[in-house]
Design a protein around this ligand. Structure first.
Ligand code: SF4
Length: 719
């Protein structure tokens, strides 16, 4: 039996795994005791990875060969098996014709935080360098883009300042908008251990739901959906009133406090308690614990990010940390928990519509010129490309003719599914590059490109604490599946001569060669990793960035010197004001719908759905509702109800739950093909909870508000 170290492919904790393989099969997996993210622990998903890689299951669910519909065939015709040379040549020809006729912005790439950094790098260079469009966005837009915008606006760079060790060192841990026990289980276990060692450690949880994380808190603030900015401003108001701010730190290391101070005057405890729907005494207690402690650490995730005010929520929380000097010291800091395994790597290479390689600024002409010269192209376009929601709308409107979807499932995960599916129907060419043939998006593919996946791929990922880990292969990809970066580079080599840009290099021999090119592009940037190499990762294990040339180790936490990567070197307070959710409840749609993860499932279940054990926790979809709401509507557990928003209807069984307050309901995001009918488009179509969710987006981060939609609930009359 062979043992190979790699990284779990599920969440952004980035746990190290040891894969056991024998005879070309994955036969087991265990936690890597040497990996600093998990020290040998794995959660239910990570510890069953080997089952998801079972060869018999893989043969049933995987995309194995390139497939293509005949050029004149409609979407109702089945795709035929093809070969790589034919599909790549067809794609290159179609891209060339479309770009020459309609310009480079008539094509788009929608990629994924599941991709490795090397994959992300080549796709980004293909779109922005070779094709000449910034129409490349990622499903990370649905996940972390508000955190990116929050960090950049306040601290000057998209760089989480804290690290996992801060969980052990904190005196107060403020968990907000995160069911850490379910979504980042190994970090939550670390928190439980820290509590055992330090009985004085206080845990505050702010969340509309009484989740398993909230139940264990010392103080739970069941805030009303979307009221986070009011909460943070209210806590800052109290810290000001009770002299818990650090004026010396504010004066020496920040700017913009006076304006914010004026704003938070209005966030009195009574007003904030009313807005947030919490007890005033609890608000006061939270502010005191946070402000008085020597080290307060905030852990936050989609509750802040998936919001039409996501950037303001992130900035308001960081304001609180800056004002109380809870940043840049052990055990303290704002710490966004990354949803996907490599959303961070995607951000590092700039693989999104508004980002640039190495955390450069797309609006900065010098930065664009630097990268254009590095890639050997004339320029990189200045205007930001279409972000996820905008991209599919542009496809629907016919502005984007070709969309290439890589390792993600927008026909389940994007909000307002009616419009997404209409877009996929209308596109002139849909290319889907996927490991799994079973996703809801695959039927829309005119060309299906089979991709390799976990246990087959080689490259790197970066976790929430900026730690780069190696992903290593143990088995060959099945059928004719290829690595994502290889597919992109083969296509680029076919396209370049047709566009007259043969000089742009895409002839990579290995993932290491791609990574080295990415690494060298970070020189002098805040995330400089020019001192790192695959050899160092091999010898010394996973490393945090920055790791500049000459360094012998990465940097555990940032801003300990109080110098921030802004023009002035000071952190910036952002004057944040509370804005209610966009899709507000009213008499017609009286319930606020929240969505989120379950403990044992991942995204659209293309992988976890193949592991029977992972259904033992929750076997089927349902809508969680509070008991008095059920009684008022004469509903009992198991009753089927029509759940309707202003955009669509889903039919789900009722699950009684005390997690929500009256007036709120919850549906897990994982199921997509059940119980649904659309808004006049396709009755009995099956779109999952995202038939209901709102496409309202944050004005800065462009992240959609997946966590707040107004719905009505009516008992379904069965025939
Ligand atoms: Fe994998 Fe995340 Fe579980 Fe770790 S916590 S084993 S990275 S799913």
């Amino acid at each position: 039996m062979t043992e190979t170290k790699s990284t779990c492919c599920y969440c952004g904790v980035g746990c190290g795994v040891v894969i056991e393989s024998e005879g070309g099969q994955v036969v087991g997996v265990r936690g890597d005791a040497d990996h600093p993210a998990n020290f040998g622990r794995l959660c239910s998903k990570g510890s069953t990875l080997h089952l998801s890689a079972d060869a018999r299951i893989q043969q049933q669910v995987r995309a194995l060969y390139p497939e293509m519909r005949a050029p004149s065939a409609g979407r109702d015709q089945t795709r035929q098996r093809s070969d790589w040379d034919t599909v790549i040549a067809t794609m290159a020809g179609k891209f060339t014709d479309t770009i020459k006729t309609h310009g480079p912005d008539s094509v788009a790439f929608y990629i994924s935080g599941q991709l490795l950094t090397e994959d992300y790098y080549v796709f980004n260079k293909l779109a922005k360098g070779l094709v000449g469009t910034n129409n490349i966005d990622s499903n990370s837009r649905l996940c972390m883009s508000s955190a990116v915008a929050g960090y950049k606006q306040t601290l000057g760079a998209d760089a989480p300042p804290a690290c996992y060790e801060d969980i052990d060192l904190a005196e107060v841990i403020f968990i907000v908008g995160s069911n850490t026990a379910y979504a980042h289980p190994i970090l939550y276990r670390r928190l439980e251990q820290a509590r055992e060692k330090n009985p004085d450690l206080k845990v505050i949880v702010a969340d509309p739901r009484r989740t398993d994380t909230a139940r264990e808190a010392d103080l739970f603030l069941p805030i009303l959906p979307g009221t986070d900015v009011a909460l943070f401003n209210g806590m800052l108001h109290l810290c000001l009133w009770e002299d818990l701010i650090d004026l010396d730190y504010i004066q020496a290391h920040t700017e913009g406090f006076a304006e914010l101070k004026q704003t938070v005057r209005d966030y009195t405890p009574a007003a904030v308690a009313k807005t947030c729907g919490i007890k005033e005494a609890d608000l006061v207690q939270a502010a005191r614990w946070f402000g008085q402690s020597k080290a307060s650490l905030s852990l936050y995730c989609q509750g802040l990010n998936q919001s039409s005010a996501g950037t303001a929520k992130n900035a308001a929380l960081i304001n609180l940390h800056l004002a109380t000097h809870q940043i840049g010291k052990p055990g303290a800091g704002p710490f966004s928990l990354t949803g996907q395994p490599n959303a961070m790597g995607g951000r590092e290479v700039g693989g999104m519509a508004n980002l640039m390689s190495g955390h450069r600024d797309l609006s900065n002409a010098e930065h664009r010129a630097e990268i254009a010269a590095y890639w050997g192209v004339d320029d990189v376009p200045a205007a930001p490309g279409k972000t996820a929601v905008e991209m599919f709308e542009a496809v629907r409107l016919g502005e984007i003719k070709i969309i290439w979807i890589v390792c993600t499932n927008p026909a389940q995960s994007m909000p307002e599914q009616n419009l997404i599916r209409e877009a996929l129907q209308k596109a002139e060419l849909v290319i889907v590059q996927e490991a799994y043939a079973s996703t809801a998006t695959v039927p829309y593919a005119d060309i299906l490109l089979p991709a390799s996946t976990w246990a087959e791929k080689t490259g790197t990922v970066t976790n929430s604490e900026r730690r780069i880990s190696r992903v290593r292969p143990v088995i060959p990809a099945p059928g004719e599946a290829r690595h994502d970066w290889q597919i992109a580079s083969q296509f680029a080599q076919a396209l370049a001569p047709l566009l007259g840009k043969s000089a742009v290099n895409f002839a990579y021999d290995s993932d290491e060669q791609v990574w080295n090119e990415h690494r060298d592009s970070t020189r002098g940037r805040d995330l400089d990793i020019t001192g790192l190499s695959y050899a160092i990762l091999e010898q010394q294990g996973p490393q945090q960035w920055p790791y500049p040339a000459g360094a012998s180790t990465g940097k555990q936490r940032l801003y300990e010197d109080g110098i921030f990567p802004t023009v002035s070197g000071r952190a910036r307070f952002i004057n944040t004001v509370y804005q209610p959710v966009k899709d507000a409840v009213d008499a017609r749609y009286p319930f606020s719908l929240n969505t989120g993860r379950l403990r044992d499932q991942w995204h659209g279940m293309s992988r976890t759905g193949t592991v029977a054990q992972l259904f033992a926790h929750v076997a089927e979809p349902g809508i969680s509702m509070e008991a008095t709401d059920m009684q008022r509507r004469f509903l009992k557990p198991g009753d089927l109800v029509h759940v309707s928003s202003r955009r669509g209807t889903v039919i789900l069984p009722i699950v009684e739950s005390d997690e929500q307050r009256a007036g709120q309901v919850f549906v897990a995001m994982h199921w997509g093909e059940e119980y649904v009918s659309g808004r006049g488009h396709a009755q009995n179509a099956s779109y999952g909870v995202n038939a209901l969710t709102s496409p309202a987006i944050d004005p800065s981060s462009k992240q959609p508000e997946l966590k707040a939609a107004a719905v009505k609930i009516l008992k379904a009359e069965l025939p």
